[in-house]
Write a protein that binds this ligand. Structure first.
Ligand code: ATP
Length: 671
């Protein structure tokens, strides 16, 4: 069985070496993971996924790549932005046409059951039984669905562009529906909707990959005669250690090289005995975005002084724009007559086409001696004539794709604050921030309104920092970023680090130090002026370990009528009668639930222990969660996925530091 630690893909599975991975294996794995109800053991989920991956390694190693991507609901590296472009409407249409039910009926069933995948599977089941009743029995031709076929169909759907592609895409989905078994349909439809709903987020899927490679070495030439013997030979303890090491190695490599295709290829090539060499194959390079370093919030200057007591630090303006990681290669490998320049967002999205003005500036102004680099900066709208930063909202109307430089009305300035890579040296991130800053300044000369360094001051005293904070606000910034300069000042990709503290003026009067980005998971219908819209919303944070959304607060303040209208348009599509299994809640009376998708920025006065909410449950007080007081809507964060919202660790950490500040004792929990 797939849940079994001693599962042997060669002996226990009814498959033959070199056969394509049947999709029924994936559907079966999803089904058993879904059936682990209650407090689902993440280890069991990992075990099941690992056994599926091990089967692929044994049968057809190359198919491990599409298999892995299926479980994380993607078609390739995030930064390549390959998407099917299939919305809920298209999936419903395909299901409607394939099973012959009316759209209203399908929608009604989805409202009742809360999941289009299940509705599609049930509809498919009923078609099949009717068909078998009428059809004479003929010998069956095995047309079983394979992982490769499902993945290739998704890929071909993604490649079809333009409005005329709608029919083709719908037909491809219908064909998959027709050729799959009901239990397979369920997960194909869910995948197309963007979530398998089995409670296995990317982190778990990656850990399962590590387990799979630990049990089953990648290189087929080196297969041990029996997996069981192999495990016995290595011993259980050694095996656990190896799994943990590999898990860590993969996760670290992903931060600087978020390309699972190449990483899995490397793992397969290296085999069991050389996996520690993974960083030699998967390292930082131009063209592949690095997961950016993030900052911890702080509640005041005294907190900073206590944190950095005896440590050299610097304060920088915290610009309010969009994070830009710029990759530059003097000679494009595909066309050496051209430069290759790319800009990636905080979430590794390729934003190159959004900023043709910045691209043009860099292509004309980078010194000839510079071959390549990766820099970290904030992209800010700027009024060159008046030498003034403009509100970031002016940039939100720019299209993401195909922006023509002639249409750019509001120019951007790049405020540089770090350098990660220069002239093929990929160990720059290991240098101190002081050294990196010197390298950055020596490489890029400033130009007013085009490329400037983040204004900084190596302040030390309370009054100096306060004054600099006020200057930053006067200069249209959000506050300060305070960073260690020498000791503990290397660049940590992907880490939310205590070596970078953010001090937002706006939040100083609260005891939180920052706003929160929360997922809307439910709502009550509006009354009076809000009739026809939602009146208040139920928000949740994300628990990274259990991979669930924990409710935190209900809020209805701060929304304009226009906001409520937009919110209704987006959320209406996400309504479910029953809560999504990933939502952890105690609310009994809530009018409707939503599939967790929409992230909103919420400001609040402070955090409080609550018997009703589930955020950081049991950590502040036994059997209680944490909630917010006086929550207020600020804006929609459509640059964040639900899993990128504030985590329960962050909420608990903020709660602890709030308690500590109240008692005049500042604490730092390093999560
Ligand atoms: P998160 O902390 O989750 O990234 P967020 O996206 O809301 O939350 P902020 O809380 O605004 O980000 O703070 C971090 C961001 O501030 C950085 O990602 C970067 O875009 C921006 N920023 C502006 N100025 C600087 C600076 N001088 N150094 C580093 N980051 C800066």
């Amino acid at each position: 069985s797939l849940t079994d630690k001693s599962f042997d893909p060669i002996k226990d599975a009814p498959y033959e070496r070199h056969q394509h991975i049947p999709f029924s294996l994936v559907a079966h794995a999803c089904q058993i993971i879904e059936e682990c109800k209650g407090e689902k053991s993440q280890d069991l989920v990992k075990e099941i996924l690992a056994n599926v991956f091990r089967t692929a390694i044994c049968l057809k190693p190359a198919e491990l790549i599409p298999l892995f991507y299926f479980f994380i609901c993607r078609l390739g590296p995030e930064y390549e932005g390959i998407e099917t472009g299939v919305g809920n409407e298209m999936v419903v249409n395909a299901v409607t046409q394939a099973c012959g039910k009316s759209k209203t009926k399908i929608r009604e069933e989805v409202k009742k059951i809360g999941d289009l995948g299940t509705v599609a599977a049930e509809s498919k089941g009923s078609i099949k039984s009717l068909a078998s009743f009428f059809k004479p029995k003929t010998p069956k031709i095995d047309k079983s669905m394979t992982v490769l076929r499902v993945f290739e169909t998704f890929m071909s759907i993604a490649k079809r562009k333009g409005s005329s592609s709608v029919g083709d895409k719908t037909n491809s989905i219908m064909k998959l529906f027709t050729d799959s078994k009901p239990e397979e349909v369920k997960y194909i439809i869910r995948w197309l909707e963007g979530h398998l709903k089995i409670g296995a987020a990317e982190k778990t899927v990656v850990s399962a990959l590590a387990r799979a490679f630990t049990y089953t070495p990648g290189d087929p030439k080196n297969f041990p005669p029996s997996i069981l013997n192999y495990r016995k030979k290595k011993g259980e303890t050694r095996f656990n250690e190896r799994e943990a090491e590999l898990d860590e190695t993969i996760k670290e490599a992903v931060c600087v090289f978020p390309n699972y295709d190449k990483m899995i290829e490397a793992l397969l090539e290296l085999g069991d005995s050389h996996v520690e060499e993974l960083p030699k194959k998967c390292y930082m390079r131009v063209g592949i975005p690095v997961k950016p370093m993030l900052a911890k919030p702080t509640t005041g200057v005294n907190v900073i002084l206590k944190r950095f007591d005896g440590i050299k630090f610097t304060c920088e303006y915290k610009y309010d724009g969009f994070r830009g990681q710029i990759h530059y290669q003097k000679q494009d490998p595909d066309d050496p007559t051209k430069k290759k320049i790319g800009i990636f967002s905080r979430n590794l999205e390729n934003m190159t086409e959004t900023y043709p003005d910045a691209i043009q500036y860099l292509s004309e102004n980078v010194d000839e001696k510079v071959d390549n680099f990766i820099i970290d900066c904030e992209i800010v709208p700027y009024d060159i004539r008046n030498k003034k930063i403009l509100p970031f909202q002016l940039l939100t109307t720019r299209s993401r794709k195909n922006v023509d430089i002639k249409d750019v009305e509001i120019q951007v300035c790049l405020f540089l604050f770090d350098i990660l890579y220069l002239n093929d040296q990929n160990d720059i991130i290991k240098k101190t921030f002081k050294e990196r800053r010197d390298i950055m300044k020596a490489t890029f000369p400033e130009e007013e309104g085009k490329l400037m360094y983040a204004v900084s001051k190596d302040a030390e005293k309370f009054e100096e920092i306060e004054e600099f904070l006020n200057d930053s606000i006067k200069d249209s910034c959000e506050g300060l970023m305070v960073k260690t300069l020498e000791e503990n000042s290397t660049y940590h990709p992907s880490k939310r680090s205590f070596n970078w503290l953010k001090l937002k003026k706006d939040y100083l009067e609260t005891s939180l130090g920052d706003s929160l980005d929360l997922v809307v998971v439910g709502a009550d219908y509006g009354k009076g002026k809000r009739t026809g819209f939602y009146g208040s919303f139920l928000f949740a944070c994300f628990d990274e370990d259990a991979e669930v959304f924990q409710t935190l607060v209900k809020a209805g303040t701060g929304f304009t009528d226009e906001d409520l209208k937009k919110m209704h348009e987006v959320l209406n599509e996400l309504e479910t009668t029953d809560p999504d299994p990933r939502i952890k809640y105690k609310e009994k009376n809530i009018d409707t639930w939503f599939t967790p998708k929409l992230v909103l920025e919420i400001k609040a006065a402070d955090l409080t222990i609550s018997p009703t909410y589930m955020a950081a449950h049991g950590r502040g007080e036994e059997d209680k969660g944490i909630s917010l007081r006086f929550p207020r809507f600020i804006r929609v964060r459509d640059d964040k996925k639900p899993e990128d919202c504030s985590t329960s660790d962050q909420i608990y950490s903020m709660y602890r530091s709030q308690q500590a500040v109240a008692q005049n004792d500042i604490c730092f929990d390093d999560y």
